[in-house]
Ligand binder design. Structure first.
Ligand code: PHE
Length: 452
């Protein structure tokens, strides 16, 4: 592999936008609200915040660091940074490969729903505050095997054709301009949602925790969400880190991305939950929650159809940034390790996702009874990736950095060879990844999976 021919981000701002583009996605707008709703609200949010600060951020920092130090894909990176190139460290990369495909299989389906909703919004088919009507529209979409598959393929065709061209200028330029618009639209949506009669019940659902609702399974889900949100534990940040510039301040970039990402999720939550209670929706509705609530809020304001359409377009764009980073993990592995050329690596990855995506897309129709661990394929892929593979990858990254890579090398990397004065910060991150993060992830994982 030729170092100089590697693709990479060209500016500090580009790095920030791309990393933020990976973090912000359906996770904020779809997953965060549905999980918060299904797991009892504020208690879940509290655990999620703790998991993000104490585990997510440190893991994000060291994972990105490993990528930049190695300048290679998620598997080969460990050939370069692990002494004696032990195979078990490389398994972090292979697990990431598997996790990326599993996530893409269901993520592309949800993105497909978003694309479909752009057209439904335009046609005025979802302009309703009636939960029966809203529920029926969503149910009809997911229960139709053909349209589920077609929308997923549209999503794969769009993202696949972008990823083929490498670290894409086009999408970076598009995301950079349109993400702020999504943010503004969410603000407007919050303002409307919060002023609906009966909105305060939504706020207290979101912000006054009931500690009794925090079970081990809830904690595991919150931890899984923290990993999913920050795109960590599966080699994605490592791969992006490998495109970082040498003088990029990694801890500062990670911290900014984390806060920005968190604020998008909170805005989404504040747009959705007041409306859920105001219109009598079910907070625990699961994956359908956003698709019913968001249209209702827009319907309740002037210019609803236009803004609703815009909202789904922006969400579709946000999903593209995240999917590109997911695709980049297998694509980089395939092209660098197997010498597959960018195009063939991209096509192979897309084909694999399309195949895995079939059972996921049909989970509300033909494969709904195909249950493993009492979950349909869609839920199973989500569970296996977010709640098992990502935390497992996170533990291994922590063990590697905390016990093998070591503080001196980490301090050198994170200070950009002494150019940044951040020793104290680095020591704190080191303690977190050496002890706190791996122990707490292990405890949560074992307990949440009912293994002890
Ligand atoms: N962080 C993305 C989101 O919230 C999803 C993602 C997970 C992207 C893992 C890359 C890796 O939508």
């Amino acid at each position: 592999m030729n170092q100089t021919s590697r693709d990479g981000f060209t500016s500090s701002f580009g790095v920030l936008v791309a990393t933020l583009g990976s973090a912000v996605g359906l996770g904020n707008i779809w997953k965060f609200p549905s999980l918060t709703g299904a797991n009892g609200g504020a208690g879940f949010l509290l655990v999620y915040l703790l998991a993000t600060l104490l585990v997510g951020l440190p893991v994000m920092i060291v994972e990105t660091m490993l990528g930049r130090a190695a300048r290679a894909n998620a598997v080969s990176a460990f050939d370069r940074v692990a002494p004696r190139r032990q195979w078990w460290w490389k398994s972090i990369g292979w697990m990431g490969f598997a996790a990326a495909l599993l996530i893409l299989a269901f993520y592309s389906e949800v993105a497909g729903w978003v694309y479909a909703y752009v057209f439904k919004a335009m046609a005025g088919q979802i302009a309703t505050t009636d939960r029966q009507v809203a529920g029926a529209v969503f149910a009809e979409l997911v229960a139709n095997p053909l349209s589920s598959l077609l929308w997923q393929w549209v999503v794969l065709a769009v993202t696949g054709s972008i990823i083929m061209f490498g670290v894409a200028r086009g999408i970076e330029a598009v995301t950079r301009r349109l993400m702020p618009l999504l943010f503004i639209l969410l603000l407007v949506l919050c303002a409307r949602s919060l002023t609906l009669p009966g909105a305060s019940a939504g706020l207290s659902f979101l912000f006054s925790p009931d500690l009794a609702k925090i079970t081990p399974a809830v904690v595991l889900t919150a931890l899984g969400l923290a990993f999913f949100k920050l795109s960590i534990g599966m080699g994605c940040m490592l791969t992006y880190g490998s495109y970082f510039r040498d003088n990029q301040n990694i801890p500062a970039t990670a911290t900014r991305v984390m806060f920005a990402d968190l604020s998008v999720s909170l805005l989404a939550g504040m747009a959705i939950f007041p409306a859920v209670f105001a219109f009598g929706f079910e907070p625990a509705a699961g994956p359908s929650l956003v698709f019913m609530t968001i249209p209702a809020v827009f319907t309740a304001m002037p210019g609803g159809t236009l803004f609703m359409t815009l909202f789904f377009i922006l969400t579709a764009i946000a999903s593209v940034g995240a999917m590109l980073s997911l695709l980049e993990v297998p694509v980089a592995i395939l092209s660098e390790r197997f010498g597959l050329g960018r195009k063939r690596a991209s096509l192979t990855t897309i084909a694999a996702v399309a195949a895995l995506g079939v059972p996921a897309a049909l989970s509300s129709s033909l494969t709904s009874d195909l249950k493993v661990l009492a979950m349909n394929p869609f839920d199973l892929f989500d569970f296996l990736s977010s709640n098992v593979l990502l935390p497992l990858g996170g533990i291994m990254v922590c063990l590697f950095v905390g016990w093998v890579y070591g503080l001196p090398e980490m301090a050198r990397q994170l200070s950009n060879d002494g150019a940044l004065r951040n020793q104290r910060l680095v020591s704190v991150v080191f303690l977190l990844v050496r002890f706190v993060a791996p122990l707490s992830i292990a405890a949560v994982l074992l307990h949440g999976l009912k293994l002890f």
